[in-house]
Design a protein around this ligand. Sequence first.
Ligand code: P6P
Length: 333
Amino acid sequence: MAKKNQTLGEFIIENQAAFPFSSGELSRLINSIRLAAKVVNHEVNKAGLVDITGAAGETNIQGEDQQKLDVYANEKFIQTLTNREIVCGIASEENDDFITISGQKNDHQNKYVVLMDPLDGSSNIDVNVSVGTIFSIYRRVTPLGTPVQLEDFLQPGHKQVAAGYVVYGTSTMLVYTTGHGVNGFTLNPALGSWYLSHPDMKFPEDGRIYSVNEGNYVHFPQGVKDYIKYCQQEEGERPYTSRYIGSLVSDFHRNMIKGGIYIYPTTSKAPDGKLRLLYECNPMAYIAEQAGGKASDGFRRIMDIEPKELHQRVPFFCGNSEMVEKVEDFMAR
Ligand code: P6P
């Protein structure tokens, strides 16, 4: 049972027993993610000061090799996950191919793979808007002791063993699920500890926020246009509210707390949608379903889609169940 203000460490130990098959490796994996998140948070929060947000390949005022924050975040998460000897492979938005981790004994005995978007929405850093890290964890399907294969990463979302995000916002939060509900931890930067601030997160009964980039309206499928008009018509007590930050993690996080739907449909520039199935849509879909919501590509459950390639994109409709079902009705017409 989650107790408010419990630390993340206490929470993991207390819930360790609740997670079958895990010999503590998954807990160590979550621990390594929280360590990397603290390091990235430190850099994100001072980005404006040391001009770290410049283009990669230049040197900053300290003469250090300048790294764009997403390159920096990518390296920190890969380094932490590699050092902890828990994963056999990593796929990242920042890397064309997956990374094989053989382990110190070079025996490929680690059983988990991690897929991640190390810093989603990084273009928002320069304008001081929240950004996030998104991660998704699977058990490998190819034999232990052999190098990880592409099929270990191309698993449907319903096979995830854990998923979560870090939102580097007005406060830094780690929100994750291992299939037993969703819990949110807030970082106390002074102590470097994470405290359980949002136990057992659930979408509220009714959602009234829709999040979509209406600048693409003319290119939307007719069903999305019809749904937006439905939201804008006067209906009952009050019409809906449009809120769009341009940072998936922030829009999703707000909608899970206040009730809403996030939509990134196909557009002319993104004929398959913009968001990536494996390390953006599937992890957010897992969290959404564990919080009582839904995630669809407009027609199918996101977590039932059989992935074909590492960086494939899909249309994404995610939030309160009845809002996702409503837009699916419009898409079906
Ligand atoms: P647009 C950020 O680049 C991102 O991947 C999501 O975090 C965000 O919701 C979306 O793209 C914004 O895209 O086309 O509306 O600027």
